[in-house]
Design a protein around this ligand. Structure first.
Ligand code: GZL
Length: 327
């Protein structure tokens, strides 16, 4: 029996060697055969922040590096534009659809159309809330709940010796978006059992610098004795800092400021003593998006969730070690 098995293996090896010998000739026989280029449809939600613009650049530059044909559509903050873009990708029969959903709800129908068309979908940056999670192949981005926890942990450490109450105001991101919901949840989770901390007012700045300033002016007028600002992104934080200074207060000293993202201007503001902590949320995930998209185009499975590796920047760090942020 063993002898027969040995012979079978040798025969297979023999024919395999011919295959190896003929393969290059076969390849030369079809020099005209085009290497198929992957076509990727990307729906970007808008241009609301330095983070978003950095994310768009990262996607576009990575597609170039990976030789992927990119159809890039900017929805200018409107979900209906993202749905139209996804439908156009389906009509064009792209190989893969990637999108950053502006909010979590409202995607079931268009994702069912993509599934019907046999086009895999990768979520980039933000998550969706759909009945059937088979409508998308996976997600790459940040753990927003963990980002909220990291913000709260800094606050607990920074105000350990503060007397009660520590009065907090919160500038939140786009209502219904996964970063807004996750950051708020994680922040509250760590403060829940500590009555010293009061979230006195929470108001949406929609991730926009202009709205961050506008809402901080309102908070300064309506909320007495603010001790802490927790802001869901650096753009709103930078707007809020303007409002705090125009009110004659010192950001980072009279009001402790905790932000999220890690854009260059925010790191510079820590160095200037105007922000106390920035929880990193990187937009620079283009290469990893392309690698996942190539696997999907090849019909390969990908992880359901791929998280970016991120850190926390604080006023206690040696920020001379932090290079150019790239966004
Ligand atoms: C987070 C991302 C958020 C950023 C904001 O992954 O979706 O949107 O925190 C951006 O700066 O506008």
């Amino acid at each position: 029996m063993l002898r027969r098995l040995f012979i079978v293996c040798m025969v297979c090896l023999f024919f395999a060697s011919f295959a190896c010998v003929t393969a290059p000739q076969e390849a030369e026989a079809n020099p005209q055969e085009e290497q198929k280029t992957i076509v990727l449809g990307f729906s970007q939600l808008g241009s609301e922040s330095a983070w978003r613009n950095g994310n768009s650049r990262s996607i576009q530059e990575a597609a170039e590096r990976y030789g992927i044909q990119l159809m890039f559509k900017n929805a200018l903050q409107k979900q209906e534009n993202q749905i139209k873009a996804i439908r156009s990708f389906i009509a064009y029969q792209v190989d893969v659809i990637v999108f950053a959903p502006i909010v979590e709800d409202g995607w079931d129908n268009v994702l069912a159309e993509a599934k019907e068309a046999g086009i895999p979908v990768l979520l980039c940056d933000r998550y969706v809330n759909v009945k059937d999670e088979s409508l998308f192949a996976g997600f790459i981005g940040s753990d927003f709940v963990e980002e909220g926890r990291r913000a709260a942990q800094f606050l607990l450490d920074r105000t350990r010796y503060f007397d009660a109450p520590v009065r907090i105001v919160e500038l939140t991101g786009t209502p219904g978006s996964s970063p807004m919901q996750g950051r708020a949840e994680g922040f509250r989770e760590l403060l829940a059992n500590n009555p010293k901390y009061e979230i006195v007012q929470t108001i949406s700045g929609d991730f926009l610098r202009s709205k961050g300033k506008e809402k901080m002016i309102e908070l300064l007028r309506s909320v007495p004795n603010i001790d802490v600002l927790f802001s869901h992104n650096d753009s709103m934080t930078l707007g809020a800092i303007e409002a705090i200074e125009e009110a004659g207060l010192r950001p980072g000293k009279d009001i402790i400021i905790i932000s999220v993202d890690g854009e260059q201007a925010a790191i510079d503001a820590i160095r200037a003593g105007k922000i106390n902590c920035v929880v990193e949320c990187t937009p620079l995930m283009g290469d990893r998006v392309m690698e996942l998209a190539i696997l999907l185009a090849m019909g390969q499975p990908i992880p359901r969730k791929t998280y970016n590796i991120e850190r926390v920047f604080t006023e206690y760090d040696d920020l001379t070690l932090v290079g150019e942020r790239g966004y």
